[in-house]
Design a protein around this ligand. Structure first.
Ligand code: GLY
Ligand code: MN
Length: 463
């Protein structure tokens, strides 16, 4: 945990943004896998962590904006708990760690909320994403789970986003740490990548290292030779000479700050010249994004510049054609680059996505596009100092998508379908770094950039 002052300051700054009412924070509870005592690894709610820092199940918090009070709800352990879990700090000690004055048993949460409801006070809550908290909210506020997202408090969401979006120095230090773990796991993966090895063997090492050096992977490992499937969690294939292996993986620190890196490796240790041609376009796109990223410009404009680099590169390979600006405006590149350039990062790998992507990645100035491809861009808004974002361009040859567009002759003035068909089976390439926005531009998070040129990757794999 950070010092109690950090959490007190955050709650004070939050309170200042909300005119009145109660702010309700629901921590997460244990989630059973296949029977009650066999649980998933506990992951605290990130907003609860941000404002209270306590990384344990079955806690809740209320900030009463009008009375200017803060209360932590949770139970002290009993002898049964001590027998199974060992001695635990008291609720009073936990509240002191995050600078909260009032402590009440968990069951009192319902009474406090009921009292406020009776008085007609506003209860601000964030959109819940776990079934247990949806059920709890239903019991507390009598709002059906399917209506809770729409009835969550926009003021509360905006205020939380306003604070969490700009990273404090102590948070940047944690994200750097997460990136250093991410660096280590990707280097280990590069060394393991050899023909004959099963994909799951590398995925398992990645997961193990994320746990041994941090808390856990920051999201389920994406690792496959079928890298044209953007989030491929199937690791059942054997590495085969001549194929590409996409590895998109990161780690959470013990404080739950995330990293997220992607590299694309030649399964046999050397890229073919055809692979290298496409790889170098993605690398140029990544570098272009890095060079453009700075405070004051929108990440959408960076995404669109990256789309130009990809379009120009694919034109040189004969896969695309026509006027580059018009092609990008029409979204033709989305056949090959159907996702966004990046997302915010922090306590969540897609930071605050539970609060609503548009609150986090967009604002009144920058609205989300509806066009295929650009519409998937999670982070489009203007960049500010101490934002953390991922930079992850890619080129993919997705057989079903190519087939569909070809059948429709879609944007045929920009796409050379005959040439594209020759790339079916190629797979996909994505290259992802994590960036911190600085006064004059940005820097790569973590101590070192992962090997990224084809020469650097081959040399790391083979030495
Ligand atoms: N690393 C997975 C993603 O950004 O969606
Ligand atoms: Mn990412």
């Amino acid at each position: 945990m950070f010092s109690a002052t950090i959490y007190q300051q955050r709650r004070l700054r939050l309170r200042e943004q909300i005119p009145s009412g109660l702010l309700l924070f629901l921590g997460n509870v244990e989630a059973p896998m296949n029977y009650n005592a066999n649980i998933y690894r506990f992951r605290q709610d990130s907003s609860f962590l941000y404002f209270f820092g306590l990384d344990e199940p079955a806690l809740a918090g209320i900030i009463d904006v009008d009375a200017v009070t803060e209360t932590l709800f949770g139970n002290d352990v009993d002898m049964d708990d001590i027998i199974w879990m060992g001695p635990q700090p008291s609720m009073r000690d936990k509240a002191d760690k995050c600078g909260v004055k009032n402590v009440m048993p968990y069951a009192k949460l319902a009474d406090v909320v009921a009292e406020a409801v009776k008085k007609g006070r506003t209860i601000h809550f964030l959109p819940p994403y776990r079934f247990a908290n949806k059920l709890l909210l239903k019991n507390l506020l009598n709002i059906a789970p399917e209506e809770q997202k729409a009835k969550a408090s926009p003021e509360f969401i905006r205020a939380v986003v306003n604070l969490r979006i700009t990273k404090e120095a102590c948070e940047i230090a944690e994200i750097d740490k997460a990136c250093n773990i991410g660096y280590a796991i990707h280097i280990a993966a590069m060394k393991l990548c050899k023909p004959g090895i099963r994909e799951s063997c590398i995925a398992g090492v990645i997961e193990g290292m994320a746990i041994s050096e941090g808390y856990m992977p920051s999201f389920p490992v994406i690792l496959s030779q079928n890298g044209e499937t953007l989030h491929n969690h199937d690791h059942s294939q054997i590495l085969t000479e001549g194929r590409l292996l996409v590895i998109d993986a990161g780690a959470e620190t013990t404080m739950h700050y995330a990293s997220d890196f992607t590299r694309t490796l030649p399964a046999g240790g050397r890229y073919t010249s055809k692979q290298k041609e496409v790889y170098d376009i993605v690398l140029a796109a990544n570098n272009r994004a890095f060079n453009l990223t700075k405070p004051g410009i929108t990440y959408r404009s960076v995404h669109l510049e990256v789309a130009k680099v990809i379009t120009e590169g694919l034109q040189q390979l004969g896969l695309m054609k026509g006027d580059v600006e018009a092609s990008v405006a029409a979204g033709a590149h989305a056949l090959f680059f159907p996702h966004g350039l990046g997302h915010q990062m922090g306590l969540d790998v897609h930071d605050m996505e539970d609060l609503g992507e548009n609150y986090v990645g967009y604002d009144n100035e920058t609205e989300r596009a509806k066009q295929f491809g650009l519409g998937y861009l999670r982070m489009g808004r203007k960049l500010q100092v101490n934002y953390c974002v991922s930079n992850e361009p890619g080129i993919y040859f997705i057989p079903a998508l190519i087939e569909q567009w070809k059948q429709e002759n879609k944007l045929a003035e920009f796409i050379n379908y005959t040439r594209v068909t020759g790339y079916i089976g190629f797979g996909g390439i994505r290259l992802e770094d994590d960036l911190l926005i600085t006064e004059n531009g940005c820097r790569i998070l973590g101590d070192k950039r992962l090997p990224i040129t084809t020469e650097e990757v081959e040399s790391t794999m083979n030495n």
